[in-house]
Structure formats: structure tokens, C-alpha cells
Design a protein around this ligand. Structure first.
Ligand SMILES: *Cc1c(COP(=O)(O)O)cnc(C)c1O
Length: 389
């Protein structure tokens, strides 16, 4: 098919031209005197995106899933109890990993569309007077349902119960797109990955740990090797890595961070809000609903619910086969019930209007009772009225 494929899935996201070019480098000696000049500033600059000056950032040649494992196996001890609310595929996978790694997982299922229930969390922590719960696992942005939870609120709930549990936050599809304040929110382990807000290919797990968490790493008895933070800490201290780094990802990250800082993180967050709001208005104009409950709507991905007599898979297949646009599908129980529009990373008004127009065509082709141009018109009005003057 002539023309480019239009990628509107919530990861991997579009990689900007500048980043693609920056990654096109010959391989180098990662033990040379030049390597720390690239690597050490990356760790420092990542901290800015994570919102931490007190914590320490790390890069593993892996993906977000490995980031979860780094946090579990370095900060906790075998069999520790952790608590997690499960409201979509990613929070579910995270809880499954905790089980597979032998932790004592207290998992509560929430309605899809909800986020972390702060009142329930606070009540449960208050009840845990012996402090058996060692970590609270919080999925900041549940990519499967397009739900963003209130991490400041999670911290408040932990503090209100005077509980010493660590706070682990999965920010894979939020960090670099929406406000993230590791220090202010008292996050002990923040986990992200290269292929979403950081606008890179997959292959980089980006993490940050609080001093409290790093202290626990010293005494944790959990067996680990490739993902051992101690090896990173020792090698990173001189600007090196314990094993061969993923050089193109590092060069790409340099450029991606430069782009984020050039735009200004506050502007990046405001852009994502606008992009998300335009999509939400288009959804209303179509007479459809988003999966997220009020107040939980994500600015990086929108999951659109289709009526019971429709199959979202048909919309996604039509969009891809006829119009060459890629949408996200419904994961596990949501298969066929939602389609997802990713609006994160290297995205602007007009690029996203392409998604809205493409979705509209696919909806019409799939027999949805919508008016051609209705969603596009709603988004256009919103984008025009809120565009920078
Ligand atoms: C994508 C994603 C992950 C998994 O990351 P991988 O890089 O695919 O391992 C974890 N959590 C959330 C919220 C995600 O969106």
C-alpha cells in the first residue's frame, strides 16, 4: 500500500526522525574513555523526567517487564507480601509476575475503567498493623483500559496509615508524557521503558530508585544476576555498565531527552492533555464511550468501548487492511470490546486527526451509526480553540 503506515498503538510509538538518525551509529568500544561522556549524563537527565533529585536512575538493556523484575528482586526479600489492585492487562501481568517470583501477593480485582481505590487501600494498610505488607504496587497508567491512577493519592493513603511499605510504580506508559513526581510522591521504585513516552524502539528499561529502596538492595537476599542493581551501581559509579550496553538506544535516548527538554516537560504534559482531550471529544461525538471512569481518563491512550452487538476487532482489522492505520486491540477480557488509540510520544494535532479520521472510516465501514466527520469536527474545534497562539 502506498504511503506510510500510521501507528496509533500505545507502544511501540512513533520514533521521531531526529531520534532515528541519532541511533544510526557505528558500534563503539563501551570500555573506552569516551563512553562515560555519553552514559553518565543520560542517567542524570533521566532523573529529571522521573521527577527525582534524591533518587538514582538506571538503564537496563531490557524492556519494562524486566523493570518490574528489577524492583521485585532487588528491593524485596523472598516471600514478602505485596499488595496490588488489578484493573487491566498490565496490572494483572505485574501481579502474575509477583506470584511467579514467589511473593505473597494480595491482589484485588477492580472494575475495568477504575483505577487504584484509595479509600480501600488506606483501610487495608491501616488494618495491617504488623506491617506484613512490604510493597504497594501501583500501575500509574493502565495501558489496557486507558486509566490513570492518582499516585500522589496512593502516597497519601500510605502516609495516613503510617505504613512503612515501599511504593513501586509502573510508569511505562506515563513517564515522559504525563507529570511524574517521584520525590514528591515518595515513589521507591519507578519503572519505565524506552518504547512509549521516550519515543524509542523497545530495548531499554529505564528505572529510578529512592535512597530507601537502594538501602534495601544492600540486604535483599533475593537471588538475581543479570538484573542485579548492585552490579549497575558499582559500574555506573565510573560511567560504565556491567555488560554490553545497547548503544543505539543510548544514542537515541540522548536525542529523545534533548527533544523533551527543548519542548519543556510542562509543555510535553500539556500537549498530551490536549491530544487526549481531542480524542475524548471525538468519542463523545461518535456517541461512544471511553472505558475509563470519570476522572481516570488517560492522556496517553484512550480505550473506546463498542456496543455489545459490535466487535472492536472488526474495526481494528478494517482500519489496518483498508486504511493502513494501526490501532490497539482489547487485551484479554477486553478483546472485541474495545479498540485503543495511542496518543503519546511523537504526536501532534494533525497526526492525531489522521487517527480520528481513520477510525471514523473504519467505524462507518463496520456499520456503526455515526455521522461522517463528526469526531473529526469535534477534535478540530477543540484543537483550534486551544492551539498555542
Ligand atoms: C507496555 C507496558 C508494560 C510492558 O512493557 P514491555 O516493555 O513490553 O515489557 C508494562 N506496563 C505498562 C503499563 C505498559 O504499558
Amino acid at each position: 500500500m502506498a504511503g506510510r503506515n500510521h501507528l496509533y498503538i500505545p507502544g511501540p510509538t512513533n520514533v521521531p526522525h531526529e531520534v532515528l538518525s541519532a541511533m544510526h551509529v557505528p558500534m563503539q568500544d563501551h570500555r573506552s574513555a569516551a563512553f562515560p561522556l555519553l552514559f553518565a549524563p543520560l542517567l542524570e537527565d533521566l532523573k529529571k523526567v522521573f521527577g527525582t533529585t534524591e533518587g538514582q536512575a538506571f538503564i537496563f538493556p531490557a524492556t519494562g517487564t524486566a523493570g518490574w523484575e528489577v524492583a521485585f528482586t532487588n528491593v524485596l526479600n523472598p516471600g514478602d507480601k505485596v499488595i496490588i489492585y488489578n484493573f487491566g492487562q498490565f496490572s494483572r501481568l505485574w501481579s502474575e509476575m509477583a506470584k511467579r517470583l514467589g511473593f505473597d501477593v494480595e491482589v484485588y480485582r477492580e472494575e475495568f475503567g477504575n483505577g487504584i481505590p484509595l479509600d480501600k487501600l488506606e483501610a487495608r494498610l491501616k488494618e495491617d498493623t504488623n506491617h506484613e505488607i512490604k510493597a504497594v504496587l501501583a500501575t500509574h497508567n493502565e495501558t489496557a483500559t486507558g486509566v490513570t491512577s492518582d499516585i500522589a493519592g496512593v502516597r497519601k493513603a500510605i502516609n495516613a496509615s503510617n505504613h512503612p511499605a515501599f511504593l513501586f510504580v509502573d510508569g511505562v506508559s506515563s513517564i515522559g508524557c504525563v507529570d511524574f513526581r517521584m520525590d514528591d510522591w515518595g515513589v521507591d521504585a519507578a519503572i519505565s521503558g524506552s518504547q512509549k513516552g521516550f519515543m524509542l524502539p523497545a530495548g531499554g528499561a529505564f528505572l529510578a530508585f529512592s535512597q530507601k529502596a537502594l538501602k534495601a538492595v544492600e540486604t535483599s537476599t533475593y537471588p538475581r544476576c543479570f538484573l542485579d542493581l548492585k552490579d549497575q551501581i558499582n559500574q555506573n559509579a565510573t560511567g560504565y555498565t556491567p555488560y554490553t550496553p545497547n548503544l543505539p538506544i543510548l544514542y537515541g535516548l540522548r536525542k529523545a531527552l534533548d527533544l523533551l527538554f527543548e519542548e519543556g516537560l510542562e509543555n510535553v504534559y500539556a500537549r498530551h492533555y490536549r491530544l487526549g482531550e481531542g480524542v475524548r471529544r471525538a468519542v463523545v461525538a461518535w456517541g461512544l464511550e471511553v472505558c475509563a471512569e470519570k476522572g481516570f481518563e488517560s492522556n496517553t491512550v484512550t480505550a473506546v468501548v463498542v456496543p455489545e452487538n459490535k466487535d472492536a476487532r472488526e474495526v481494528i482489522a478494517t482500519a489496518f487492511n483498508r486504511y493502513n492505520i494501526s490501532l490497539g486491540g482489547g487485551l484479554s477480557e477486553l478483546a472485541g470490546k474495545v479498540f485503543r488509540i495511542g496518543h503519546l510520544g511523537d504526536m501532534n494535532d494533525v497526526s492525531l486527526l489522521g487517527a480520528i479520521a481513520g477510525v471514523e472510516m473504519a467505524l462507518l465501514d463496520s456499520g456503526f451509526d455515526i455521522k461522517a466527520g463528526s469526531g473529526v469536527a469535534a477534535a478540530i474545534e477543540y484543537y483550534r480553540s486551544t492551539a498555542a497562539k
